[in-house]
Design a protein around this ligand. Structure first.
Ligand SMILES: C[S@@+](CC[C@H](N)C(=O)[O-])C[C@H]1O[C@@H](n2cnc3c(N)ncnc32)[C@H](O)[C@@H]1O
Ligand SMILES: Nc1nc2[nH]cc(C(=O)O)c2c(=O)[nH]1
Ligand code: SF4
Ligand SMILES: [Mg+2]
Length: 244
């Protein structure tokens, strides 16, 4: 069933900018960032879409209004739309995806993989980013597998793993071994400043670059030749600034 009366809890809609991460890096993209998350990662870089203290900034938007915003931002030209958050899987996106597809838009979704939806099969790209030990979250592997199953091999599915340290790297290797058919993107963690609302704080660029170099040494040393190591390009360009 497609519920065209459904509303999406939106934190921000922005773009077009470039996708800064993973398999679609560099591609012009409009982002819909939903409000609310079932996780609380210790290093989440989007707390303004997670922490309840920002709830007053979130808006319940009817599908039509969300879609109109995307059309306005893209000048009516079909573009990649990234559904992120928060956890976008807890929002009712089926009708928006259907609407956008009719007009030639494509949809990627970023989720930690804790909640599976049957409409994942309607996506073009499903980015699963299970959380390593440094996040202080525990992975429900059955839920992650349910996300892969829900997609029914229709969208492209990739694993994007954030790595801060050795135990995160070991976790990433384990996750890749559980899903041998999924391409793997490794992304160095960005130590975001404590607390939400600190997007003007400077980025620890040296730390990010050191972790990237170390990651390259790890994957090449381990002969892990189908892993890809990529930075968050938008962080290199614009730091912790919001909505870029
Ligand atoms: C803010 S999350 C929103 C989507 C979903 N909740 C998730 O975590 O996949 C978007 C992406 O940013 C990554 N991310 C969040 N905080 C990060 C940080 N401090 N450093 C590097 N990547 C981070 C997540 O792993 C995820 O791939
Ligand atoms: N440019 C840009 N690329 C991104 N890739 C993933 C993002 C996210 O926060 O989900 C993000 C974001 O916020 N901005
Ligand atoms: S799952 Fe994603 S949005 Fe939620 S707290 Fe973790 S990084 Fe942030
Ligand atoms: Mg981000």
């Amino acid at each position: 069933m497609t519920d065209t009366h459904a509303a999406i809890r939106v934190s921000e809609i922005f773009g077009p900018t470039i996708q800064g991460e993973g398999v679609l890096i560099g591609l012009p993209t409009v982002f819909i960032r939903t409000g609310g998350c079932d996780y609380r990662c210790s290093w989440c870089d989007s707390l303004h879409a997670v922490d309840n203290q920002f709830r007053s900034e979130w808006e319940m938007m009817p599908i039509n209004a969300v879609w109109q915003t995307v059309v306005t931002l893209s000048g009516g030209r079909p573009v990649m739309v990234s559904l992120s958050g928060g956890n976008p899987a807890i929002q009712p996106f089926r009708a928006l995806i259907e609407r956008g597809h009719r007009e030639g838009y494509r949809f990627a979704l970023e989720t930690q993989g804790s909640v599976a939806r049957d409409w994942f099969a309607d996506l073009d790209v499903l980015v699963l980013s299970p959380k390593p030990p440094s996040s202080e979250m525990r992975t429900d592997w059955a839920a992650l597998e349910a996300c892969v199953d829900a997609a029914q091999e229709k969208p492209q599915i990739v694993l994007k793993l954030v790595v801060f340290d050795e135990s995160d790297y070991v976790y990433a290797k384990g996750a890749a071994e559980r899903f041998p058919r999924l391409p793997v993107y490794l992304q160095p963690g960005n130590h975001t400043p404590p607390g939400p609302g600190n997007e003007d704080a400077s980025v620890d660029m040296d730390g990010i670059m050191k972790r990237m170099e170390w990651l390259v040494e790890k994957v090449t040393g381990d002969r892990w030749f189908d892993a890809r190591v990529l930075p968050q390009l938008h962080v290199l360009l614009w730091g912790n600034k919001r909505a870029v």
